[in-house]
Design a protein. Structure first.
Lengths: 635, 230
């Protein structure tokens, strides 16, 4: 049995998906969190049920890349149940989407989500609505889990049904539909004739498959005729009728309560109005930075101190117990890998993701989008690009996927380049703050961030010029502000940093043990020396750091962790000067994409563009490092 | 209601933009006899209310809505001058000052009658033309205004969408901008930023290029709240 989760963006599909399947899907309070579909198999009462969570979409026709993914999935599959997740507080757009699903003959079941907020705002007669629409409706509150049992039972019980409900269109449109119905009657189509006919009249080419040429010509003629007679496009009129119908139904089943403006609404307004919103935005950003630089450094020190006192002479004893070169290598490899995790992942990366999750769930991000739109236009992007950039401050991989929410390919390329080259991911941030930040002070961190910001602006301007054309405009729905739920924040943060422990730690451990061994037998020095002219001569760094830089290609944070391993101490001030740490951090901040980012870029932008971007960023990183070395040495 | 001060500014802008170029802050300041700083502030306010479109270093141009008001005031001014000089026999120098005050009170109805009584004069005593009264009246889609020109707090119902790019039309339709749906402009962001619109129960930020396509029948202009009312 196959179940597709469909709905407008930001109605809680991913929360319901996680609740139903127990498979974690990242959910946040902004439209466009899910940009690709997610699949999970489950056994329900001995039956295998496959759940598929689709990106949110407003309409089955048109939309951005992520929405097209969803529309395409819907067209090409014939699921046993299309679970429409509706937002009970904003029903009209959900109903309009439902009409389209019904017209295309999908077996539909509705999860009426966000019932808790809806109950506060008015009275919704679910039974009546269900009777009018001829579909089963289960009221739910996904974030608390209310209604999930009934929902699962309804799905498993095969309650999804092909509704007989019909939107009454303008008589003229109904006449057109009748004409097309007769014309199409003898052809084998994937969907009911009426549904296909409506989509054709809407001008959706995706439904033209299997339709003979002469009928398409006829459709074209009808569309032109309608436009001439009504002075309005046919698709506009079709949607006018759909919203009209939705409005009529709503007035029958919904009675809004008059309610005073809440404190939340007032706060929401304050964050949006430029006069108050811009200062709030600056305060939020400052706090974020201060938390990562201040709290992060403090945490790192506290953790390392605690670690030292807990482990004591354990590793020295361990080395002795095993004995020989191997014993030392194993013991110190393990020791230093653990230290590296404590010094990098927990204080900086965990902290950043926690803060990001809080921001995401509060619904604040779309407000940043709105406030920054004007500024972003200057660099050839629009405000929407802020979200991938912020996500990119966590990890570039989801950020590159998130560029799908941006409309044109041109903007996706500009944005992808900026994210890879100039937006520091949390691992890069950890390198910056953990090295030069810890030993040189926050000034150096700010200096690197200023350089990166300059790069964002410069790259944006350059690409904007080079790729010509005007940027397309912003269009985004702004959700209400909400108090983040600790559970979701915790789960999401864990899902995002899990790989640092389960994937990265074994690599780090193996790498460190190998390096320890190589160093012990003097092999390392032989490898490092031929490149010393570059490392020492050009960048002014200790020759051995080239190893750290190389491992940075694998994972960014590993460059920092390996510094710890290579020098055999977590106290980097003892082995490198502040200037060297600055150059190292600057190089890592703009370094080429890590392996995972590289792979996802190839998938999204093609191999050629990706290699180009990677080489460009490598050249940029070394030029910046070399320049910084020169400047700091001779000034 | 539009305040007298706003009307004065729009009238001044109407005159300064007659040559087809944006009005510069310094020229407006000189004409209105106020500081450039207060002109800038006023321009930003008028921009946010949808009367003008203002760019810092370029200057201001009137929107359709601003143009209608600015021209109406100028028209009344010149007609009143004519009336004061020709009918009441007041000196030309004093007629200007007097007309400056009266222009804001004169109803369209009285204006029409004065004009008719004087045989629809075409110039003021200084020889400048008096624009025709019905020049800017929209025909056909009466009372509709483009969403991007609506001021903060203004509400209305979408009347139609005007665009030849089906891709764009589909996107705004999908967002719920469909004829007959109600909307309210909640905010206008500066620096060419988006318009914040509540359409149905959803709140959407819409760039000007999309807001330009949505035509709205406004209603209850009188209910348009003044700042600081609540």
């Amino acid at each position: 049995m196959e179940v597709l989760l469909v709905g407008n963006p930001n109605v809680g599909k991913s929360v319901i998906f996680s609740r139903l399947t127990g498979v974690g899907a990242i959910s946040s309070n902004y439209p466009g969190t899910t940009v690709d579909y997610l699949k999970a198999d489950m056994m329900v009462n001995g039956k295998k049920v496959t759940f598929i969570d689709l990106p949110g979409l407003y309409s089955l026709t048109g939309g951005t890349e992520d929405q097209r993914v969803a529309a395409q999935m819907l067209r090409s599959s014939s699921p046993d149940c299309v679970l429409l997740v509706a937002d009970a507080t904003r029903l009209e757009p959900s109903l309009v989407l439902l009409f389209q699903l019904i017209e295309l003959g999908h077996p539909v079941l509705v999860a009426m989500n966000m019932m808790d907020s809806a109950r506060k705002r008015g009275e919704l007669d679910i039974a009546r609505l269900s009777a009018i629409l001829d579909v089963p409706i289960v009221p739910t509150v996904a974030i608390t889990g209310e209604g999930m049992g009934e929902l699962l039972r309804a799905i498993e019980g095969g309650q999804a049904r092909r509704s007989t409900f019909r939107v009454r269109y303008d008589p003229r449109i109904e006449a057109y539909l009748e004409v097309l119905r007769l014309g199409l009657a003898n052809f084998k189509l994937e969907h009911p004739v009426r549904g296909v006919a409506i989509k054709l009249l809407e001008g959706d080419e995706a439904f033209a498959e299997g339709v003979p040429e002469y009928i398409l010509t006829q459709v074209d003629r009808l569309r032109k005729e309608f436009r001439k007679e009504h002075g309005e496009d046919l698709e506009v009129h079709i949607n006018r009728d759909r919203y009209g119908e939705a409005g009529r139904i709503l007035s029958e089943v919904y009675r809004p309560k008059v309610q005073p403006r809440t404190r939340g609404q007032r706060l929401s307004d304050l964050t949006l109005r430029p006069r108050t919103g811009v200062p709030i935005l600056l305060a939020v950003l400052t706090l974020l930075l201060a938390a990562i630089i201040g709290l992060g450094s403090w945490l790192e020190e506290a953790l390392l101190t605690a670690y030292a006192s807990v482990t004591g002479t354990f590793f020295a004893d361990l080395a002795e117990m095993i004995g020989g070169e191997l014993g030392t290598a194993l013991a110190s490899g393990l020791d230093l890998s653990l230290q590296a995790i404590l010094a990098v992942v927990v204080p900086y990366i965990l902290l950043f993701y926690l803060l990001l999750a809080v921001l995401e769930d509060s619904g604040y991000l779309p407000r940043v989008v709105v406030l920054m739109d004007g500024v972003m236009h200057r660099i050839g992007l629009h405000g929407q690009a802020i979200i991938p950039m912020l996500v990119g401050m966590g990890c570039n991989v989801p950020a590159i996927l998130a560029t799908r929410t941006v409309e044109s390919r041109r903007e996706r390329l500009i944005l992808g380049t900026i994210i890879v080259m100039a937006v520091p991911c949390s691992a890069q941030m950890a390198v910056i703050v953990g090295t030069v930040g810890s030993y040189g002070g926050p000034v150096y961190v700010l200096a690197i961030l200023a350089i990166l910001l300059g790069l964002v602006l410069l790259l944006g301007r350059l690409l904007h010029r080079a790729l010509r054309f005007e940027p397309t405009g912003l269009m985004i729905e702004i959700p209400d502000l909400a108090v983040p739920r600790p559970r979701n924040v915790a789960v999401k943060t864990w899902m995002r940093i899990k790989e640092f422990f389960v994937l990265a730690f074994p690599i780090l451990l193996a790498g460190s043990i190998a390096l320890e061994l190589l160093a012990a037998y003097g092999v390392l020095a032989k490898v490092v020396e031929p490149l010393a002219f570059f490392t020492e001569g050009f960048l002014g760094l200790p020759a051995i750091t080239i190893i750290a830089l190389l491992f940075g290609v694998l994972r960014k944070e590993m460059s920092f962790q390996l510094l710890v391993v290579l020098f055999g101490t977590a106290d980097l001030a003892a082995v490198m000067t502040v200037q060297q740490l600055f150059v190292f951090a600057l190089v890592m901040a703009t370094f080429m994409p890590c392996l995972s980012a590289f792979a996802v870029m190839v998938k999204e932008y093609g191999a050629k563009g990706t290699v180009l971007i990677a080489l460009a960023s490598l050249a940029l990183a070394f030029s910046l490092g070399g320049a910084a070395n020169l400047l700091l040495t001779y000034l | 209601m539009v305040s007298e001060n706003v009307e004065e500014y729009l009238e001044c802008l109407w005159e300064l933009t007659q040559d087809g170029t944006p009005a510069r802050t310094s020229d407006i300041a000189k004409r209105m006899d106020v500081s450039p700083a207060s002109v800038t502030e006023m321009m930003q306010r008028l921009d946010s209310q949808g009367y003008i479109s203002y760019e810092r270093y370029k200057g201001a141009t009137l929107t359709e809505k601003g143009l209608r008001i600015g021209e109406a005031i100028k028209r009344k001014h010149r007609l009143l001058e004519r009336f004061l000089v020709d009918v009441l026999g007041i000196e030309k120098e004093r007629s200007h000052e007097e007309a400056c005050r009266l222009e804001h009170m004169l109803s369209d109805e009285s204006e029409r009658r004065i004009s008719e009584m004087m045989n629809n004069p075409s110039t003021c005593p200084d020889g400048d033309p008096i624009p025709a009264m019905d020049r800017l009246r929209p025909s056909g889609n009466e009372g509709t205004i483009v969403l991007s020109e609506m001021g903060e707090g203004e509400e209305g119902t979408i009347s139609h969408l005007a665009c030849d790019d089906p891709q764009k039309i589909r996107r705004i339709i999908a967002m719920g901008f469909v004829p007959e749906r109600p909307l309210i402009v909640e905010d206008r962001l500066p620096m060419g930023g988006p318009v914040l619109v509540k359409v149905g129960d959803s709140r959407v930020a819409l760039a000007k290029e999309y807001a330009d396509l949505v035509h709205v029948r406004t209603r209850n202009r009188a209910r348009h709240r003044h700042h600081g009312d609540r």
